[in-house]
Write a protein that binds this ligand. Structure first.
Ligand SMILES: Nc1ncnc2c1ncn2[C@@H]1O[C@H](COP(=O)(O)OP(=O)(O)OP(=O)(O)O)[C@@H](O)[C@H]1O
Ligand SMILES: [Mg+2]
Ligand SMILES: [Zn+2]
Length: 500
């Protein structure tokens, strides 16, 4: 029986070979089986017994090949059961030729969903499989891959009846589709023109951004509307993102992702939860946000080492997790959006409410997020409290579709400059390409040099100003980076300036 194991975001073929011989009756699984795979015996034998099939009392050995690959999870239950039934001549062995299969068995024989079916489907197509038999809840994700027939497995009894010939495998009525998520539109956000402008710039150049402002000013609202102004997911991007979700077991009754992911983990998250890992490798939130947005609300509340763990994945666009001599890689190309209050009480700099924090508290608070992470954020954006009059009345804002169209044009300009050593988005420009593409004209240069001296901007901050200025020029369709672009970009370095 042919099945597969998931390694990172890829599946590798695994052959499930069953051998039944005369001898002391027993059930042995060999081939680096870990955790739940070792307990498969209980589920497989109970499921078969519940079909009313009596197995001859033989010594059954199940070999999972290749033997040097560690096998995890419960997906080998179904191929093992079919292999055992074939070895007992309960089903014809040739019925499953060219068919790949995967699924967990309940003691009753019901087939339960498993993780990673989409990469298995991709592998099945690569191997030229005739069909792929998967748990019913995983049918939609498997069907994303064209060119392989996907068969739904609901119960071991039905699969056996199908293998014996005759009975087709049918899907039960699909579960009701999830209610369409109400589209989040920027037009819902009153005022905050500055923050919306910054959101547009961030989207246009794929820049990371940090919102700071008092509670209830709309930071979370704005962040949630970022996916809606980013260009729609291209098919290849959707496939990559869905594979990560499949590996994490988030694709039951779901097919291809149609919207860019938006992940907002709570600040109590562990480093393994955020970047992936733990004993059985799993993608973390940063990988679940691949091609989308990772939103860290209340940034100073995150544990410092958790934020530190994100530095490399943010820089490289992928997470590498080494374990037991093997390493797996998960993609992590995200836009990072963080939000925080300006001080512990939340009202520092607020014109309508007084801040009660001491200067010391303020410094301590800012220090929690300063440094390496802030270094990866191109835009610091002030989101002030909204005047009540603006919340109740006020003209409707610009709709997301309009912003998205401008973002798309700016991205086209960046893509046109891209090359083997030039990134397709400004946020990823480094070194020589950065200087060549983002270099401002003479007036812009003077302004920047002056700002560096006056505000004490670091070399890193200097480069960020250049990238953001380039994006602002791209939004305007301007070939040159001019003083006005540089001047606006400098405004987004608020947290580099001395406090108070
Ligand atoms: N600019 C705005 N336009 C319309 N509604 C707003 C605006 N700002 C806030 N609101 C309303 O206030 C609620 C809270 O906003 P939001 O959660 O975005 O605030 P926040 O800045 O994230 O606050 P906190 O710092 O407490 O997390 C929103 O659900 C919305 O109903
Ligand atoms: Mg919030
Ligand atoms: Zn305060």
């Amino acid at each position: 029986m042919r099945s597969g194991a998931v390694l990172g975001v890829n599946a590798v073929p695994v052959d499930v070979e069953v051998d039944a011989t005369v001898g002391m009756p027993g059930f042995y699984i060999v081939g680096l089986a870990a955790g739940p795979v070792r307990e498969a015996e209980v589920r497989v034998l109970a499921a078969i017994r519940n079909l009313g099939v009596k197995l001859p009392s033989k010594r059954v050995t199940v070999n999972l090949a290749p033997g040097d690959l560690r096998k995890e999870g419960t997906g080998f239950d179904l191929p093992m059961a079919m292999g055992v039934l074939a070895s007992a001549e309960e089903i014809p062995a040739q019925a499953l030729e060219g068919v790949h299969l995967v699924g967990e068995l309940a003691l009753s024989g019901e087939v339960k969903p498993v993780r990673g079916v989409l990469p298995l489907a991709i592998e099945a197509r690569r191997a030229g499989a005739r069909a792929l038999l998967v748990p019913e809840a995983n049918v939609l994700e498997a069907s994303v891959v064209e060119g392989v027939q996907v068969l739904p497995a609901r119960h071991l009894g039905e699969v056996v009846a199908w293998a014996r010939g005759g009975q087709p495998l049918l899907r039960s009525l699909p579960p009701p589709p999830p209610p369409p998520a109400s589209p989040l539109d920027l037009a819902d956000v009153s005022g905050q023109e500055g923050a919306k402008r910054a959101l547009e710039i961030a989207a246009a150049g794929a820049h990371n951004l940090l919102f700071f402002g008092p509670p209830g000013s709309g930071k979370t609202m704005l962040a949630r509307r970022l996916p809606g102004v980013l260009p729609p997911l291209a098919f290849e991007e959707a496939l990559e993102a869905t594979v990560v979700h499949s590996v994490a077991g988030l694709t039951r009754h779901r097919g291809l992702l149609t919207e860019r992911p938006f992940r907002a983990p709570h600040h109590s998250i562990s480093d393994a939860g955020l970047v992936g890992g733990s004993t059985v490798p799993r993608p973390g939130e940063i990988s679940l946000a691949h091609h989308g947005v990772l939103f860290l609300d209340e940034l100073p509340e995150f544990r410092r080492h958790v934020l530190e763990a994100m530095r490399q994945p943010l820089e490289d666009g992928e997470v590498c997790i080494a374990r037991a001599g093997r390493s797996v890689t998960y993609p992590s190309q995200v836009m990072l959006v963080a939000a925080m209050n300006p001080c512990p009480c939340g009202h520092h700099g607020n014109r309508t409410r007084a801040c009660h924090c001491t200067a010391h508290e303020l410094v301590q608070y800012r220090r929690r997020i300063s440094g390496p992470l802030l270094d990866r954020v191109d835009l610091h954006v002030d989101v002030p409290a909204v005047p009540p009059a603006l919340l109740s009345g006020g003209a409707p804002g610009v709709p997301s579709a309009e912003v998205r169209a401008r973002v798309a044009r700016a991205r086209e300009r960046q893509a046109a400059r891209a090359g083997p050593r030039t990134a397709p988005v400004n946020a990823r420009l480094r070194g020589e390409a950065l200087r060549r593409i983002c270099g401002p004209d003479a007036a812009g240069r003077r302004l920047l040099d002056d700002a560096v001296a006056r505000l004490g901007l670091s070399a890193r901050a200097h480069d960020k100003v250049l990238r953001v200025a380039r994006t602002i020029a791209d939004l305007e369709g301007d070939g040159a980076v001019k003083a006005a672009h540089v001047a606006e970009a400098i405004q987004y370095r608020a947290l580099d300036r001395p406090l108070l």
